[in-house]
Design a protein around this ligand. Sequence first.
Ligand code: CA
Length: 125
Amino acid sequence: MAVKQISKIALIIFFVLVSTSNAFEASISITPISMDFFGTITGAETGDIITVVDPDQVVCGKFVLSKKSRYGFLHVYGDDPTTPVDEGAEVSDRLTFLLNGKLITTDGIIWSGDKHRRNLNLSIK
Ligand SMILES: [Ca+2]
């Protein structure tokens, strides 16, 4: 097989891997610590995926909509202090919410602590 063909195949494999590793498909670490969000998400459809990312770019929450324009409970996991790995958010972290990998308006969404629950209504721009 020619070198040119091999590099072409390698390139195809690379793009397949990149296209299947989007943030909204990332797996999350489930810890005993979580804060729950729920509410409306205007403009979202059944099957859409909300993901939540902390300031360290750790994907710490994921929810697939089972109803149009509503979500919850969305568990946003906190970091487990007993493990060396950073699994999630810490108190006062500012969270980023995404819908299908695209940013939603998220001003001032703070992870306030374990077992906290917040009604948060979102809308897609
Ligand atoms: Ca940890």
